[in-house]
Write a protein that binds this ligand. Sequence first.
Ligand code: ADP
Ligand code: MG
Length: 254
Amino acid sequence: SAKPDPILKASGVRRSFGGLTAVNVERLEVQRGTITALIGPNGAGKSTLFNLLTGFDRVDAGEWSFQGRSLNRLSGHKVARAGMVRTFQLTKALTRLTVMDNMLLAAPDQFGEGMLGAFARPVWQRHERLNRTRAEELLDRFKLLAKKDDIAGSLSGGQRKLLEMARALMVNPSMIMLDEPMAGVNPALVQSLLGHITALRDDGVTVLFVEHDMDVIMGISDWIVVLAQGQVIAEGRPADIRANKQVVDAYLGA
Ligand code: ADP
Ligand code: MG
């Protein structure tokens, strides 16, 4: 088997809400270039763990690094710039803006034109053109190009999930974390989402995703990490996880 090459390493990551320990992860590694599934019953702490690792919530304790660089206490914005992006279980598209504006707002080099002198303007315009080109390529890939001038609020639930993935890719990330990307998506779109996820991995983007559908998980994952009551209770290849009674029980107990 391949030598371990973790792109993300975390240890001792803890977060409590009042008396409830939502996340208590001793150790987590995500190997570069894999599709890794994070599974576990509702309330296991999956979304909270995503929030912590991507700077959308603060840990009580713990440390983690991405591509060898510590990400502790960086804001979500800075984590994204470091190359680790995430989507949300409930989509965060800005519903009153157009699809294209949603894309451009996610671009890595957003800075106000007003702050720049005439000398810098050509540079800004070049960035703007490149961002638009990248946005159009991504929208095309996700079959949303025809909707680029529609407001995001007019999209279906499934299309919003696709927009959220496309947006996340504007920064050209090394790793993408997807929180229930298929939830509420119709079966036809699920197939296309699965295709996008494997295509990302094949392009060298590491994928960590949260999902409940066992067939989906077993079908596309290289590695599975099982979370229950905030702790990693098992991890392994799909076949090993499927055969693990403790895991099956954690699921049936959900
Ligand atoms: P999952 O995504 O695995 O379903 P969550 O990470 O959303 O689980 O939640 C883990 C636990 O933490 C749950 O018991 C949930 O109610 C609790 N929790 C999550 N966020 C908060 C919060 N902001 N305030 C209080 N409790 C929270
Ligand atoms: Mg969740």
